[in-house]
Structures are given as structure tokens and as C-alpha cells.
Design a protein around this ligand. Sequence first.
Ligand code: COA
Length: 257
Amino acid sequence: MLYHTVLFGVEDGVATLTFNRPDRLNALNAEMLGEIAAVCDQVRQNLEVRVLILTGQGRAFIAGADIKELAAADALQARQISRRGQEVMDQVEELPVPVLAAVNGFALGGGCEMALAADIIYASEEAKFGQPEINLGIIPGFGGSQRLARLVGLGLAKELSFTGRTIDAAEAQAIGLAARVFPHAELLAETLKAARIIAQKGRFAMQALKQVIDRGYGLDLRAGLVLEADAFGLCFAHPDAKEGTTAFLGKRPPKFL
Ligand code: COA
């Protein structure tokens, strides 16, 4: 499939989605949201894909929702834009494979929200994060008022989004937003290294693990533990469990399906 606003490719089980409107700092417009949704469909349908990397072309990861589109919207249209953006972020978050955001530059507004929809955030030393919507007289609309607090805590999420300030990669890592920070030139290679490690694990167990962590996070501990036990049991119905345990005992590397 040919896209206008993103690039997409799959190599050895690792899919890469590159936001590609560099002259607009990859601002998220309606077309790009549609193409990201189409890529999510492709990833769901392609059983060869075991992990997805998100990154941006040029100076930005994504510098936010396209302010030109927002400037032309009335209240009802803005609500629709928000619901559509949320829907696409949900699709990214709910992909059956791990999603790694390789944040190469500005991840502001919708860009920070896109990173928050990923499972793991890796940042270049040049990355910049923030929810600056308040500076435009609006609020985050693609999940940022909800997911940021869940990741970094209520106080820090309020401090960042009330001030609208931009933070660098080191601060993003210090508050638990970025998992790791790499020199800019090494970001993609390091993300690919992590992706390849993840791609070698059993697909079934990885999907169960992602699901149980995400679903369990919104539940109380007891309910989460029941989910975990159910998923743990289900892993034993898949040949990968036999392969993994037998390979360990046989002192050889496992070959998962
Ligand atoms: N929507 C639409 N266009 C955007 C954009 C966005 N979110 N972010 C950047 N652009 C455009 C700029 O208008 C500019 O276009 P121009 O070349 O026609 O003037 C181009 O991308 C380059 O951006 P520019 O502002 O010149 O780069 P900079 O290095 O001076 O500043 C930023 C970079 C990210 C600090 C600045 O572009 C910015 O603040 N962007 C908006 C961030 C934001 O508020 N996001 C939340 C939106 S809800």
C-alpha cells in the first residue's frame, strides 16, 4: 500500500512506521491519522510482524495535531477531531505486538500522545516532549489528559500540561516518560536492537504479556492477579511453552513459533 504522509516497511518481523511530513514537523492531520489507522490494520493482519517501531522523518517525531486544521474547526468538529485522534491512538495502543516509540525530535501535543500510546519510549538526546495545548487556549485531545498521568503520575502530568512547558530527553527519562535515552545518531540502531530481541520471543506469550499488563493496570490488584493466572495458564496451551522449557532443560536456545 502506498502512503502519502507515512512510510511503512517490514523486515525480519520488525515493522517500522515513519511519520513523514517533515516540512510540517510531521504534524498530525486527518490524512495522516487515516494512514496510521491503515498501517495498524496491516500490522494486525500480518502475522510475520512481531514488533512495531514508530519514528519520525526529519527534526520531529510529531510536533502535534495540525494547528491549521484545528484553527478551522468549530466546537462540534473539534470534538470529532478529538474522538478520531483518540480512536487511532487506541488502535496503536491495542496492537497485539509491542510498539516501540523511537522519539527522534519534537514529541509535542499529539506527538507526546502518540508516544504515550506506544508500549516503550526510547528517546534521542535531541528529543523534546510536552503537552503545549494550553498555550493555544485548548487542552490535549488525543489521550494526553489521561495517559500522561497514568505513566508519570498526577502531579507531574498536571505540572507539565498546566505550564505547557517542553522537557528534554533527560527530564523525560527522570520522570519515567522515556525508558532509555540514546545519542541521536544511535537511536534507530538501539531501538532496532531492542526490537530484534523482542521479535525473537514467542508471539503468543508476548501478546498475552502485553494484554495482561495493560488490562491489569486499570484493575485492582486481586482482579489483575486473576487475569495474570488465566493468561499464564493459557500460555501452557501453546507449543511455545513446551519449546521454551524443554530448550532450557536441553541447554539450547528456544525456537518459538
Ligand atoms: N501544526 C501545523 N504546522 C506545524 C505544527 C503543527 N503542530 N508544528 C510545526 N508546524 C509547521 C510550522 O508552522 C512551520 O511551517 P512554515 O515553515 O510554513 O512556517 C514548520 O512546521 C516548521 O516549524 P517552525 O515553527 O518554523 O520550527 P521551529 O524550529 O521554529 O519550532 C516547534 C518548532 C515545534 C517549537 C514549533 O513548530 C511549535 O511550537 N509547534 C507547535 C507545537 C504545538 O503547539 N503542538 C500542539 C498542537 S495541538
